[in-house]
Design a binder for this molecule. Structure first.
Ligand SMILES: [Zn+2]
Length: 183
């Protein structure tokens, strides 16, 4: 079984180090995906790539931004002869949001996605979508402190709720099903 490869394009505006990004934004959810799929991860951290990590993502039209990022990522993939399969993801990590309402953008089964570090669960949320997890199958859960929390793919971020830092069983199933037939 092939590992899942994350090409992580850290936008020029991100002020966090690779170490902080890894520990606070990637570790938990990738450990979870590893545990449920049996696949390991390869992380390829990429910074300071003109034409890529200075991508203009702020827009009222999130769909147009997602389409543009898809084209930039596909171009990078072509020039570097990389994979574009179920186990490859091209993640643009941004400091800011696309707009007031939109923290990231991903489509089911599409390898390219955008996610902001403005909230801890956004990267896990968008990666979940790209692995076919849905808002409908996300839910409010309860954390170890007995407080209501949002699972990764829950659609509304509320400051009054904690993060669960996990996918729901149904969304785990979507992720497992999506990856199970990949090489
Ligand atoms: Zn969503």
């Amino acid at each position: 079984m092939k590992p899942i490869t994350f090409h992580i394009f850290v936008h020029d505006d991100v002020t966090l180090s690779d170490r902080v990004l890894g520990l606070q934004y990637f570790k938990k959810f990738t450990d979870e995906i590893s545990a449920i799929t049996g696949r390991s991860f390869e992380f390829n951290m990429l910074r300071n790539i003109p034409g890529v990590t200075n991508f203009k993502y702020a827009s009222q039209n999130a769909q147009a931004v997602a389409d543009r990022w898809m084209a930039v990522a596909a171009d990078y993939r072509n020039t570097h002869n990389l994979g574009w399969t179920r186990t490859d993801r091209y993640i643009l990590v941004t400091q800011g949001k696309i707009n007031d309402q939109v923290l990231g953008a991903a489509l089911p089964r599409q390898p390219a996605l955008i996610a902001s570090v403005s909230s801890y669960q956004v990267i896990a949320h968008e990666v979940g979508h790209s692995f076919t997890a849905t808002h409908e199958d996300a839910e409010i859960g309860w954390n170890a402190w007995g407080l209501p929390c949002e699972t990764y793919v829950y659609p509304e971020v509320s400051k009054g709720r904690a993060n669960c830092y996990r996918y729901t069983p149904k969304n785990r199933e979507h992720i497992v099903n999506y990856l199970k037939d990949a090489p």
